[in-house]
Each structure stands twice: as structure tokens, then as C-alpha cells.
Ligand binder design. Structure first.
Ligand code: HEC
Length: 106
């Protein structure tokens, strides 16, 4: 039994870390994205649920950082989303994890 203590501890820490990360993603979302995207309802832009169900993490991060270069690839005729190119890699990760938290469980 004892040898599992370390593993339980690691799982616990990773859990806390992921939780904090999603919280940060939620804060970033409310600060930067909420005017145009809502979590589960379509707004000016698609909902995070729609996005999570059809895009890869790479596509999502690329769109946030540089939509001018990704919108065509994602099938849009024009781009109406500003680039958030001053976000850190950690912020991009947190936002992407937050978007993915709306993915439908299959
Ligand atoms: C001014 C409005 C606006 C803001 C602010 C905005 N978006 Fe968008 N977003 C759009 C629109 C409109 C689209 C549709 C494609 C386009 O115009 O490039 C889009 C598309 C996207 C897509 C790709 C959708 C797909 O089909 O997969 C992602 C991912 C995305 N936005 C994430 C974000 C995130 C994360 C933020 C906040 C950091 C954000 N957006 C802020 C308007 C906005």
C-alpha cells in the first residue's frame, strides 16, 4: 500500500494544477473573448462547445494567436476576430483547456 502514496500525491498535484489552469482559462475567456464567444451558445463567434467538438488544440491555439492566417483553413470567408498575439504560451494553453472543457462527452 505504501508505495502508492507517492503516486496518489502526484495525481493530487496534477489535479490541482489542471484545476488552477482551467480557472485561469475562464478568467482569460471573460476578459478577452466573452464579447464575441459564449461557452455553449452561438454568439458573434461560434460557441466554445462547437469549437471543442470540431477542432484540434493546434487549430484553436493558431486561431487565437493569428486568426488572419487561419480563418480560411477553418472554412471562413473572412476574419472578424482580432489576434491575441501577446498572450503567453501558458495563457494559450489555459484558454485551450478551458475551451476543451466544453467538449461533449462521448
Ligand atoms: C471581436 C469578436 C471576437 C473576439 C473578441 C474573439 N473572437 Fe474568436 N472568433 C470571432 C469570429 C467572428 C470567429 C469566426 C472566424 C473568424 O472571423 O476568424 C471566431 C473564431 C474563433 C475560433 C475558431 C472557430 C472555429 O470554427 O473553430 C476560435 C478557436 C476562437 N475564435 C477563439 C477565441 C478566443 C479564445 C478568444 C479570446 C482570447 C476570442 N476568440 C475572441 C470573433 C471574436
Amino acid at each position: 500500500m505504501k508505495k502508492w502514496n507517492g503516486l496518489v500525491y502526484v495525481v493530487f498535484c496534477v489535479g490541482i494544477f489542471l484545476h488552477a489552469d482551467t480557472k485561469n482559462g475562464e478568467k482569460l475567456f471573460k476578459t478577452y473573448c466573452w464579447g464575441c464567444h459564449h461557452q455553449t451558445a452561438e454568439a458573434f463567434g461560434p460557441s466554445f462547445r462547437t469549437i471543442a467538438n470540431k477542432r484540434s488544440r493546434g487549430e484553436i491555439m493558431a486561431q487565437i494567436a493569428d486568426p488572419e492566417h487561419t480563418y480560411k483553413q477553418l472554412g471562413y470567408k473572412r476574419n472578424s476576430m482580432p489576434a491575441f498575439d501577446d498572450l503567453s504560451a501558458a495563457d494559450l494553453q489555459a484558454l485551450t483547456n478551458y475551451i476543451y472543457s466544453f467538449k461533449d462527452k462521448k
